[in-house]
Design a protein around this ligand. Structure first.
Ligand SMILES: Cc1cc2nc3c(=O)[nH]c(=O)nc-3n(C[C@H](O)[C@H](O)[C@H](O)COP(=O)(O)OP(=O)(O)OC[C@H]3O[C@@H](n4cnc5c(N)ncnc54)[C@H](O)[C@@H]3O)c2cc1C
Length: 387
């Protein structure tokens, strides 16, 4: 075992998961540092808590299946209820071309062993979510085992669990750079509280990962993308068990959480201000209009403007996670770029990175498609057409 600590930069769900998995594997000196004053200041707290296996690439489906198996044991293993509830994900298509995208994804899902996801017609859609206006909808896809999580419960569970196993977590420590030995290996990190000697460093800095060192050779290709969320006041218009309901064209989606309805639709970030998390009034007005067109009963819901929020997705060029050792530095590891799916995949990615750090390779899954070298080797797969 390494005499110097493994320094994990970032105490969001990724840093917390990898710290817990490393500590579980017997690493005695794991140090998580985060520049914020307390936990949950990054994207993890902003997440709306969706969980799905309905992806369209084999690697994302495999990550979700591994994560799902771990979520079912989370309470027993980590000691906290992760809030995994199987309310389902219902995808709706307005146009035949969108239906083709869903069918093609269903084919990949079935090939990966997800048998319960299926195509649904208007009658089934009306049964699954009676509140949706069916006009113009040509069909959809539904998976009953998809559903919801509690991101903050998972985060606190991993942080507390890692501490119990001996890891240290320090808030208010900003990493400002990495120091390297003559052979190119990382020797430590420089921080707002002085240098820290490190045997290995894990970049778990979320949407900020791409600018951790300022050296493009050492930082993963991750960029921030703002996601805004509109929220209604407490109401009983839609049931808590309503599936996550997603309109493929335009990406409008909604769920109910704690008696409030959350409304989302992708939008560009603020021009020239990539880390800005302002909520735009025009966006709130537009998403509310769409919600009322798609789900007429929401005409009776009132938006709680002050409670609307925005956070940052951590985008990679192909919208897939970046996992493993840096191609340019063997003791610098990445767990980045989940592109908006990080909470649901964190249980899997944390385990896989702990395997890579401990054994030199992941054994639970073949993670070649997530390799940090894929952007330099010219083999970058296309970005996902779904959300
Ligand atoms: C609106 C919204 C909805 C979402 N919905 C979902 C969803 O339904 N399901 C899902 O799975 N995912 C969802 N996501 C995505 C999910 O939130 C992220 O993928 C996930 O939280 C990423 O976790 P992380 O640990 O990498 O990042 P973070 O939680 O952002 O943690 C990174 C940490 O690094 C710290 N840090 C950064 N730079 C430094 C530095 N230099 N020194 C020290 N510390 C540093 C930050 O303070 C932060 O605490 C959503 C995201 C948003 C914004």
């Amino acid at each position: 075992m390494n005499p110097a600590p493994i320094v994990v930069v970032g105490g969001g769900i990724m840093g917390a998961s990898v710290a817990w998995h490393l500590a579980l594997r017997g690493w005695r000196d794991v140090l998580v540092v985060d520049r914020s004053a307390t936990s949950g200041a990054g994207s993890t707290r902003a997440a709306t808590g969706g969980f799905r296996v309905q992806f369209e690439t084999p690697i994302d489906i495999r990550l979700s299946l591994l994560a799902r198996a771990k979520l079912l044991r989370f309470g027993e293993e980590v000691g906290v209820d992760p809030g995994y509830r199987q309310a389902g994900y219902l995808w709706l298509a307005d146009r035949p071309v969108e239906m083709e995208t869903l069918r093609s994804a269903l084919g990949v899902q079935r090939a990966e062993g997800l048998m319960e996801a299926a195509e649904v017609g208007p009658e089934e859609i009306a049964r699954l979510n009676p509140a949706v206006r069916l006009d113009g909808i040509v069909g959809g896809a539904f998976c009953p085992t998809d559903g919801f999580l509690r991101p903050t419960a998972m985060l606190e569970g991993y942080l507390e669990g890692a501490r119990r196993l001996g890891a240290r977590v320090e808030w208010g420590v900003e990493v400002t750079g990495l120091s390297r030995a003559r052979d190119g290996r990382i020797r430590g990190v420089t921080t707002s509280r002085g240098p820290i000697f490190a045997g290995a460093v894990v970049n778990a800095a979320g949407a900020w990962a791409g600018r951790l060192t300022g050296d493009p050779d050492l930082d993963p290709p991750v960029t921030p993308l703002r996601r805004q969320v509109a929220i209604t006041r407490s109401c009983d218009l839609l049931p808590e068990a309503m599936p996550m309901t997603i309109f493929v064209g335009g990406g409008f989606h909604l769920r109910t959480r704690d008696r409030r309805v959350l409304l989302l639709r992708p939008s560009p970030g603020a021009p020239g201000r990539p880390f800005d998390v302002e909520v735009e009034s025009d966006w709130v007005a537009a998403v509310t209009r769409t919600a009322r067109e798609r789900v007429p009963i929401l005409a009776r819901a009132e938006i709680d403007r002050a409670a609307c929020w925005a956070g940052l997705y951590e985008m990679s060029p192909d919208h897939h996670a970046i996992l493993g050792a840096s191609p340019r530095c063997p003791n610098l590891y990445f767990i980045n770029g989940s592109s908006g799916h990080g909470v649901m995949h964190a249980p899997a990615l944390g385990q896989l990175l702990a395997e890579i750090i401990s054994d030199g390779a992941a054994s639970s899954l073949d993670v070649t498609p997530l390799g940090p070298d894929r952007f330099t080797s010219g083999a970058t797969p296309a970005a996902s057409p779904l959300l």
